[in-house]
Write a protein that binds this ligand. Structure first.
Ligand code: ZN
Length: 538
């Protein structure tokens, strides 16, 4: 019989971590049917001499759900070899929805999109959301976590307080509904409103619900800078008390004061594992992070959501209080300005044409360009002029920590990205280069050039490790019976091209990307075919 696709004469790095071997891979439909020296016929033969065939990369930390409804192609992800993402991270998912807050959620969702695009939220429950998403194909497979922040908003709005007993019950039942529908776990974003208003006990209660369904707890922890160690301790405690696996998201030591402390956080994870707490982490391979500019403001300023924040920014007295808090700090709050300095905070995207000049500039430069008296004034003015929709990039990490975390066996590679394209509306702004370059950068820079990891170990961290972590039991390895998600690259040339100045560039050296048996990248170019589906945890 003839197979659909035969990949011939590849060096196969199968994702399990063992040494590469020569072999062929036969695909029928969406499944790998045979691996080894194959003497078979196929409709289509991909000659892979000189190339490495690996399982498609599985991104354990994605925000692709924030753009997938309007940009299903997810080009910057596919072109770096990703075939599956875990979306719904950092406490934020697109469901469940409180019908009364639907319009506010749509407005929030719009902040991450170019001005001409918007997401229509037609669903209420997590199941309705997944059903809606299932109506089409995507560039990559999409598995979802349910966001704690989203659940909290659905149950109690943007309130800066503890939930009442009834509200907590409501949050638990929304969590259960999401897990029943096929979520893979719960995510938190404990520096963002409203996640930052939640006490540890609240999260433990919800994590216990998720644990019953065999899900995972993934966390953007309460601090990655000066409060890093306490924040890691809290994540481990949640795992211990709820009896749930813990994924520490985009792990880093993000302030000068904690540079070097990754040695300690990794030791904490090892010790927790000895006690039986299943904790791991993921990481993107850069010294800078990215989030929204409003994150520079103290937690109280965010109560009630973005509209309220903008209202407070218009009030001179409250504005002065924010300025004071930034100058002096608040207990337990991750104060980026104090930790990093204005010069290390860059504007990544704005919405209006007139402010495009500040994209790619740091806040000291922004102040000068605008002629503002100080940087705080620039932040306030930009947020007001842009209706809150301003992105920032922060240079916060030390290369030694980046490499120490990367080398550790508990680390896996993730993007923390939405998705973009070098053409069309999705080419807006200057997004973090991780949108385009994460995986090729690890394989080119950290494997080939710096020798931080072996090729086989790097591929394991990109494939079977996240597959096992999130329970994607038929992906992440090249084995007969597994889904035909395959990335074929040239280990001698693969490299990221996206930079902070010029991020909208596909990497080099990724030759073929196959998603569920559909060839999406051929000889380094997008074919326009989409094979990715929405996955539900069973
Ligand atoms: Zn995050």
């Amino acid at each position: 019989m003839a197979y659909d696709i035969l990949i011939k004469d590849a060096r196969i790095v199968d994702g399990a971590g063992g040494p590469w071997f020569w072999g062929d891979i036969a695909i029928e439909g969406d499944t790998i049917k045979a691996v080894g020296k194959l003497d078979v016929e196929a409709e289509r033969v991909i000659r892979a001499e000189g190339l490495t065939a690996a399982p498609g990369f599985i991104d354990p930390h994605s925000h692709a759900d924030a753009v997938a409804p309007v940009f299903p192609e997810l080009e910057s992800l596919v072109m770096q070899g990703i075939t599956t993402v875990i979306a719904g991270n950092c406490g934020s998912s697109l469901a469940p929805v409180n019908p009364e807050l639907r319009e506010i959620m749509e407005r929030e969702a719009k902040r991450w999109l170019p001005p001409e695009l918007e997401i229509k939220i037609t669903w209420t429950t997590f199941d309705e959301y997944l059903t809606e998403m299932e109506g089409r194909r995507y560039g990559v497979n999409m598995a979802h976590l349910v966001g704690h922040g989203t659940i909290r908003i659905a149950a109690m709005g943007y309130e800066a307080r503890e939930p009442t007993a009834e509200e907590l019950e409501e949050m638990k039942s929304l969590t259960a509904e999401a897990m029943e529908a096929g979520a893979y776990g719960l995510s938190t974003g404990l520096i963002y409103p409203p996640g930052c208003y939640a006490k540890t006990e609240e999260i433990i209660e919800l994590a216990k619900v998720v644990a019953k369904y065999g899900g995972i707890y993934a966390s953007h922890i309460r601090g990655e800078g000066d409060t890093l160690l306490e924040a890691v301790r809290e994540a481990i405690r949640i795992g211990e008390e709820a009896g749930i696996p813990v994924e520490i998201s985009h792990h880093k030591a993000a302030s000068r004061k904690v540079w070097g402390k990754s040695a300690e956080t990794l030791r904490m994870m090892e010790e927790a594992r000895k006690r039986g707490v299943d904790v791991t982490c993921d990481q993107y391979p850069y010294r800078a992070g990215a989030t929204s500019l409003a994150t520079l403001l103290p937690p109280w300023a965010h109560e009630g959501g973005m509209e309220k924040l903008l209202e407070r920014l218009r009030d001179p007295e409250l504005r002065e209080r924010m300025r004071r808090d930034i100058e002096r700090g608040l207990p337990g709050w991750e104060n980026f300005v104090e930790e990093l300095g204005w010069e290390n905070i860059y504007i990544s995207h704005v919405q209006t044409e007139k402010n495009k000049v500040v994209e790619g500039k740091n806040l000291v430069e922004v102040k000068e360009i605008r002629g503002d008296p100080d940087e705080f004034t620039s932040v306030v003015s930009l947020l007001l002029e842009e209706d809150g929709a301003v992105g920032m990039i922060i240079f916060a990490m030390d290369e030694e920590d980046v490499q120490r975390i990367m080398r550790h066996p508990l680390q896996m590679v993730g993007t923390d990205a939405l998705a973009a394209s070098p053409r069309g509306p999705m080419s807006h702004g200057k997004p973090h280069p991780r949108y385009y370059g994460t995986y090729p950068r690890v394989l080119g820079r950290y494997v080939r050039e710096l020798g931080v990891l072996t090729l086989e170990e790097a591929v394991r961290k990109m494939t079977s490790a996240p597959a096992q972590r999130f329970g994607l039991w038929d992906r992440g390895l090249i084995r007969p019976g597994f889904k035909a998600d395959i990335t074929i690259f040239d280990p001698d040339t693969i490299i990221d091209k996206a930079t902070f100045e010029n991020p909208h560039q596909f990497p080099e050296g990724v030759e073929y990307v196959i998603v569920n048996g559909v060839v999406e990248v051929e000889e380094g170019r997008l074919t326009g075919e989409l094979g990715g589906r929405v996955l539900r945890k069973r």
